[in-house]
Design a protein around this ligand. Structure first.
Ligand code: AMP
Length: 286
């Protein structure tokens, strides 16, 4: 497993692989790896001949009052976790490798970032789109794997790839959860033991709401109000609980299938997100 820091070197490596006819897969991460990330790496391994995992805490996707400075960073631990997964290259650039002095390009999307997390994090998805564009061009990836836990992110990236003809196949991976249902997240490390006990309520509420929609309830106001009440009783401060179209992410006036139920809520100073896609045939997709 080779560690590369410079985008130019990554591109050379990938170009050489392509000359051999190999399919190159990319798994972008911000490190602080957990089983959710590793599942993405295994999925990439199945679909690609060469696998790149990027580890980069991207400053352009954090707002000024967000957790960029305290985001957990431990490259040695992350490299240890990737051992045995047959990863070919870990791309771990420094901030100055990605954004050298004089850097001034932006990548913005028009509509998808106006919903869900974009409302309270107005520059987040522009930052994500920028770094992912750079990761795709540096890695020359044929495919890239993203988790559905960050549902809006994966939609933004699918749109970006389509709009800019980037030619990267986006593979969506289902959310990996702890036994009690909590979606795995690097930010779960911030939770106190007491908050950690309350945290699974977020997914329990999404499932309960999904079941009600599936049984035919459509009144979004009632569903939202009741969901928010349960979350608040469990100690959450709710940022949003949305019933939206899984493709456009626009709010639906009446709940129907297919549906995305998405939520962001704080426990103390930790912001958790989760979502549930309610699909026509197979029941709630977890
Ligand atoms: P992050 O390091 O949090 O930026 O996440 C890197 C990638 O891992 C993104 O595509 C996330 O959606 C994905 N990911 C994070 N947590 C999970 C999870 N619990 N299950 C599946 N994918 C995840």
């Amino acid at each position: 497993m080779e560690v590369i820091r410079e985008p130019g070197r990554l591109r050379e490596r990938s170009d050489a692989w392509h000359r051999q006819g190999w399919v190159v897969g990319l798994v972008p991460t911000m490190g602080a790896l957990h089983e959710g990330h590793l599942a993405l790496v295994r999925a990439a391994r199945k679909e690609a001949d060469r696998v790149i995992v990027s580890i980069f805490v991207n400053p352009t996707q954090f707002g000024p009052s967000e957790d960029f400075a305290r985001y957990p960073r431990n490259l040695d631990r992350d490299l240890g976790m990737l051992q045995g997964l047959d990863v070919d290259v870990v791309f771990a650039p420094g901030v100055e490798d990605m954004y050298p002095p004089g850097f001034q390009t932006r990548v913005e999307l028009d509509r998808l970032p106006r919903h869900l997390c974009g409302l309270s994090r107005p520059h987040h998805f522009g930052g994500v789109a920028l770094v992912v564009t750079k990761l795709f061009t540096a890695s020359r990836a044929d495919l890239a794997v993203f988790g559905q836990k960050d549902y809006q992110q994966v939609r933004v990236i699918e749109q970006l790839v389509s709009d800019l003809d980037l030619g990267v196949r986006i593979v969506r991976h289902p959310t990996i959860r702890e036994e009690d249902g909590l979606a795995m997240s690097s930010r779960n490390l911030y939770l106190s033991p007491e908050e950690r006990m309350r945290a699974p309520t977020l997914y329990r509420v999404l499932r309960a709401l999904g079941d009600r929609v599936r049984r035919g309830e459509g009144d979004v106001e009632i569903l939202r109000e009741e969901g928010i009440r349960v979350l608040e009783d469990a100690g959450f401060q709710v940022d949003y609980l949305a019933f939206c179209d899984p493709w456009s992410l626009e709010d639906l006036p009446v709940a129907r299938v297919p549906l995305l139920i998405a939520a962001a809520a704080r426990l103390g100073s930790t912001r958790l997100i989760d979502n549930l896609e309610v699909t026509p045939d197979a029941g709630p997709v977890v």
